[in-house]
Design a protein around this ligand. Structure first.
Ligand code: AN7
Length: 363
């Protein structure tokens, strides 16, 4: 190959729609809007297994490695492709941050407008930056996610704008690809699949994915679904909407999940559990995943491991069970949290003696 001659990308991953086309409601003429989402790493957590002394085959599905840094891209590629097929001129969503980041990026790629409603002061800075830089029309409301979603739902009744929250069925269609990938990467379905639960779209989507993969005879068994909500925002666990949800994991600060029913069905059909984990448990799992496994996920994502650790202590699992935890988003989006949890780094004079002294006992 001559220098400067580009032959295109070799062995390209084509994005989830092209890779799993037979499972999606797309047509020949559907314009595919993709940032090549999916194909995210499935990482075996050997270090964590040793460190915690747990007898599980534990894996992380790191969906923070998606183009905009979260699993939402899996749903957004389909939602935007269908919006384009329907000749939509604008998309709208309410968001705790990741949906808005993803919608903004995919709308930019599609060349249409994005409008996002977010709870003021309650979304991670990186996510807000993403919506702004992709040139979405960002509106901060002095209210929470649930209120923002109600406004957005009312707006799409009146205006010709496509809703891209997970009540848009194409979102869940796309997100089920995570289940396909996990089965393909492992070579079989896991015994358990643990996820954080906010609006409950992802657990609903993954469960749908496993069922479809089984129907297509790609797998012969189904996993048991485990969903974890933050204790201060755990409507499904408490059995009633939470008016003022609170948690450090702002991504899942949701009091009235749109896919509530889907989450209950996933739990009950698979024989799984939906439980609450405290902010302390979430933060402990968050720093553990980063320091022991080298994966920087966002706090909400760590709810999956926090929940698995909690159930492990309750002797819920059998020795050697295969457990996949989805890490839904990238920690860089919400780096501020690190400084709330860990000490600031040492500061010393620019002099070798001072640095050596600071490293006493380390080198
Ligand atoms: C990192 O972006 O709801 O249970 O508006 O960003 O499918 O809602 C985000 C949710 C987990 C929960 N982890 O997933 C939004 C939004 C992260 C998230 C969830 C979200 P769902």
């Amino acid at each position: 190959m001559k220098v400067g001659e580009c032959k295109g990308i070799r062995f390209p991953w084509r994005g989830i729609i092209e890779e799993y086309r037979e499972f999606f409601p797309v047509m020949e003429k559907t314009p595919i809007v993709t940032l090549k989402e999916g194909n995210t790493p499935l990482i075996k957590a050997e270090n964590l297994k040793k460190k915690l002394g747990i007898d599980l085959e534990l894996y992380f599905k790191f969906d923070g490695a998606n183009p905009t840094g979260s699993f939402k891209d899996r749903g957004m590629t389909l939602a935007l492709s269908k919006a384009m097929e329907e000749d939509s001129k604008a998309v709208i969503c309410a968001s705790t941050g990741n949906t808005s980041a993803s919608a903004s990026a995919y709308a930019a790629k599609a060349g249409i407008k994005a409008i996002v409603l977010i709870p003021e002061g309650k979304i991670a800075l990186g996510k807000l930056a993403q919506a702004l830089v992709h040139r979405a029309h960002v509106i901060q409301i002095t209210g929470n996610f649930d209120e923002a979603l109600n406004i957005v739902k009312a707006l799409v009744e009146k205006y010709p704008i496509t809703l891209v929250n997970s009540i848009n069925p194409y979102r869940l269609e796309g997100q089920k690809s995570a289940a396909f990938e996990i089965c393909d990467q492992l070579g079989f379905p896991p015994k358990f699949h643990a996820l954080p639960v906010g609006n409950a779209g992802n657990i609903t989507a993954c469960w749908k994915g496993y069922k479809e993969y089984k129907r297509a005879e790609k797998i012969t068994s189904l996993p048991i679904m485990l969903g974890f909500q933050a204790a201060g925002a755990a409507p499904i666990v408490r059995g009633r909407p939470i008016k003022n949800p609170e948690t450090i994991a702002t991504a899942i600060r949701i009091g009235n999940p749109a896919n509530w029913k889907g989450a209950i069905e996933s739990r009950d059909e698979s024989g799984g559990r939906i439980e609450a984990v405290t902010d302390d448990e979430i933060l402990n799992a968050y720093t553990l995943i980063a320091s022991v496994e080298g994966i920087f996920c966002e706090p909400a994502s760590a709810a999956s491991l926090a929940g698995v650790m909690k159930l492990y202590k309750e002797n819920y699992f059998r020795a050697g069970d295969c457990v996949v935890c989805t890490l839904t988003g990238n920690g860089l989006k919400d780096a501020d949290v690190v400084f709330k949890v860990l000490k600031e780094p040492l500061k010393v004079k620019a002099d070798i003696q001072a640095v050596v002294k600071a490293l006493e006992g380390i080198i």
